[in-house]
Design a protein around this ligand. Sequence first.
Ligand SMILES: NC(=O)c1ccc[n+]([C@@H]2O[C@H](COP(=O)([O-])OP(=O)(O)OC[C@H]3O[C@@H](n4cnc5c(N)ncnc54)[C@H](OP(=O)(O)O)[C@@H]3O)[C@@H](O)[C@H]2O)c1
Length: 318
Amino acid sequence: MAEQTKAAFYTEFGGIDKIQVGPLDLPELGPHDVRLQVKAAGVNPVDAVVREGKFAQVVPSAFPTVPGWDVCGIVEKCGPGVERLAVGDEVYGYVRQPVAQHGTFAERIVVPENLLAKSPEKLSWVEAGGLPLAGLTAYQSVIKAGQLKAGETVLILGASGGVGGSAIQLAKNVGATVVAVASADSADHMKKLGADFTVDYKAGPVAESIKRVAPAGIDLLFDAASGDTLTQSLPTLKPNGRLISVLNDGKGLVLPAGVHFQHVMAQPSVPDLDFLRELANTGKLTVPIAATFPLDEARKAFEQIETHHTTGKVVLVP
Ligand SMILES: NC(=O)c1ccc[n+]([C@@H]2O[C@H](COP(=O)([O-])OP(=O)(O)OC[C@H]3O[C@@H](n4cnc5c(N)ncnc54)[C@H](OP(=O)(O)O)[C@@H]3O)[C@@H](O)[C@H]2O)c1
């Protein structure tokens, strides 16, 4: 008989009411898999999109589906072909697989070894569990695709959320000036993370406020909010500026001449997780926690992330 674990899961696409919590069979441990005792699992906006069936063309689902792609946990069993990890290792990862089925919102999970890195010693389990997807998205967007350099000015839309908070810190780490856009309620939060200037998108069109603090223009616009705020921000880009969006695929966007556009979809990457671990271990990358919830309150965790106004990270602690 298959071993079981307590998990949050759903058996069909739909709203938060589809989520149940109870025992489920664990998948068999393949030769290159490890079994983790889950210590923390970050909750991301995409988990709700997948649950609603709106991500099925990118990542199909199989039911029952355990949601969740972020994890920090302890290795408690290794398949015979596992080479890099050992029982007792504390690991973290963005463990998205080709089919959404065996996610991280569970007490125990089975994960391919190649999706996991050693977790940052300086972070708590909760912080490490909240870092992978948001941190990888920010790093792969701002640093790798956006090529942000010392002395440049970056404009970050959605700067108070999980992705934006990592983006502020990564941008400061390379020596850029950061203009951070979110609501006024999050201004202190963004300043603490290193933002040089904050702009409140609720106080009216943002372009004038951005031009006031960055009169020479924006070198890199990192969009984790889109909508009117993105449209209003475009004229603040320098000629030949760069726009990286994790939401907008560019269709329907009227870009100023010369602007280089790229859509980024975060990818699992152990080398990138290793980079984030080193930065966290030097204290240059923190993970502000908005709220934690036990597995039994998985629905509440979804309610919070689906406000789309979370300051910091939401994390499940099984
Ligand atoms: N392509 C990818 O691979 C990828 C990866 C990760 C995330 N994403 C997407 O990126 C977005 C951000 O993710 P997240 O995890 O950071 O979400 P989050 O934690 O929910 O944060 C979103 C933040 O956006 C702010 N915001 C809302 N409307 C805004 C506006 N008009 N202008 C500026 N800021 C605004 C909110 O701040 P206030 O509370 O102050 O309004 C909130 O803090 C989500 O839509 C997510 O689906 C894409």
